[in-house]
Design a protein around this ligand. Structure first.
Ligand code: FES
Length: 516
């Protein structure tokens, strides 16, 4: 049942962009066709720039399409923490940027007539039972400090979430993320841009940037925008300034109109997030419930996460019918709660956007606005706030979530395997097996056939872990993901898990990202 309500795999396969079959020139080459890539491409194309978008799989194959599309100014870390780390002035700018991103998306949807169900809704922050009431007060005070009009209420409009005082945050929004992406891609093409299915493998060139694509094609452009979710190259130490997390979601039917359409969040750690998708013509609505986040590649990526979400939802929404969908997605959470958007220091014609921190649609739109301004030489008021080279991370005081965590995980070279023998692996499951000095990622398919690959992540040499929920190999260091047979699914690794006869895979590799 692992599927997303807004993704129709057959329709998406039929609508995949064409491959790049020749060398092209462009004003701007955008690598990645998710929220940040398409917002950037659209805003640049609207200004008359010749834009080429490259994505290795297509428009709705990344994590934006798996988003639950809460378009919110309420960041995952909460404004109290953002103000504490960034100071009031920068937090105020960040708050303005997220509000402006929702406004800009709304304007684009209207202007380009994108039928994606965009609608304005309220957001509700509902404390957990037993929360210290001062926490809600702190959040409300911080939100007001950065200019939001939050209202205290005695209870939210859903009885099951009523645990005492809560906050109502007006002027949030929701939409169908896939229809939004499709609409943006179509608008890019209407404004003269092109979207190709192509995988960037190298950046070069002294003047204009040359983007080399797998298959030996090149795109030469005056500017390049890298929006591949996980950066395929380590600039500004970004690999250690953010962590990759898995987040889980389910969708279940509810009778139409029984839950007011709004965004709901609680204060659990990790928190739950809820929204309603209206059914067509009075048919049942869908309740979308998310949470259960954990670090990618850590033990615990299991179907039990979805079961726990369902239990949590049934306790609070007694009208919940059948669970129709369940899926998971990847969040790159920056250590200080804000995305990284800006120029790559060593290459002033190259911009990067990453670290969406759970609000990818707004961070992605901010990236588009910021990059379009900077490429046009206009400057942007948010440049310093999102500067990828920023050092305010020192204020976080918990860097072990990043760099030191990677060092610890490299220690897994020395530990035993998950199981002692391949025979212990059940059909449809995978496990890491120690074989002498090597660690081997072993998958046994439903018919009992065994596939073996090196368990060494080709990015920087951490040992991958089996993800029971998605039947993938996930890397705990920077979140690369691989199919059960070792094929690469998501970077920063740019190759799949190596065959066992590749001796280089027996030792940690020093690099393995996009050459820049
Ligand atoms: Fe960096 Fe695996 S993703 S070592």
């Amino acid at each position: 049942m692992n599927r997303v309500p807004w993704i129709d795999p057959l329709a998406e396969a039929a609508a995949r962009p064409l491959p790049l079959t020749g060398d092209v020139h462009a004003d701007v080459c955008v690598v990645g066709a998710g929220a940040a890539g398409l917002a950037s491409a659209y805003l640049l194309a609207r200004e008359g720039r010749r834009v080429v978008v490259l994505d290795e799989r297509g428009v709705v194959c990344g994590d934006t399409a798996r988003s639950t599309a809460h378009l919110t100014t309420w960041l995952d870390d909460g404004w109290a923490r953002i103000v504490r780390i960034h100071g009031q002035e920068r937090a105020w700018l960040a708050a303005r940027s997220h509000a402006a991103a929702i406004d800009r998306l709304e304007a684009i949807v209207l202007l380009e007539e994108i039928d994606c169900g965009f609608e304005r809704v309220d957001g509700w922050l509902c404390p957990q039972p037993g929360d210290d009431p001062r926490r809600l007060d702190d959040e409300a005070a911080a939100a007001r400090q950065v200019g939001f009009d939050v209202e205290e209420a005695t209870h939210p409009p859903v009885r099951g979430l009523a645990t005492g005082r809560c906050l109502r945050i007006a002027h949030q929004a929701q939409c169908d993320p896939v229809r939004l992406l499709r609409g943006l891609a179509a608008a890019v093409e209407r404004h003269g841009g092109h979207v190709y299915r192509a995988r960037a493998v190298e950046l070069g060139g002294d003047g204009p940037v040359r983007v080399v694509v797998a298959g030996e094609r090149t795109v030469e452009a005056d500017a390049v925008v890298l929006t591949t979710h996980a950066p395929l190259t380590d600039v500004h130490g970004l690999e250690e300034k953010q962590v990759a997390n898995r987040t889980y979601a389910i969708a279940a039917t509810i009778p139409a109109g029984t839950v007011p359409v709004a965004l709901y969040w609680d204060t659990a750690e990790p928190f739950h997030y809820v929204r309603v998708v209206r059914g067509p013509d009075g048919a049942a609505d869908l309740l979308v419930v998310g949470g259960e986040d954990h670090r990618t590649g850590d033990a615990g990526a299991s179907p039990g996460r979805w079961d726990r979400l369902e239990t949590w939802a049934r306790e609070r929404f007694p009208m919940l019918g059948d669970v129709t969908h369940r899926w998971s997605g990847q969040v790159l959470a920056s250590l200080d709660g804000l995305g990284f958007i800006g120029r790559v220091g060593s290459r002033p014609q190259v911009w990067i956007a990453t670290g969406d921190s759970g609000t990818g649609l707004t961070h992605g739109t901010i990236a588009g606005m910021l990059v379009a301004d900077e490429i046009a030489g206009r400057g942007n008021p948010w440049s310093e706030v999102y500067d990828p080279s920023r050092l305010r991370l020192r204020a976080v005081g918990d860097l072990s979530r990043g760099a030191l965590g990677v060092a610890a995980r490299l220690g897994s070279w020395l530990t035993p395997g998950d199981v002692a023998e391949v025979e212990a692996i059940r059909p449809g499951h995978g496990a890491v097996v120690r074989r002498g000095l090597r660690k081997v990622a072993v998958y046994r398919d439903e018919d009992g056939r065994v596939a073996e690959r090196s368990a060494v992540c080709p990015h920087r040499g951490c040992i991958v872990a089996w993800n029971e929920a998605e039947a993938t190999w996930d890397c705990p260091c920077h979140g690369s993901r691989f199919a059960a047979d070792g094929a690469r699914l998501a970077g920063p690794a740019i190759r799949g898990l190596a065959p066992l006869d590749d001796d280089a895979a027996a030792v940690p590799q020093p690099g393995g990202g996009l050459i820049i």
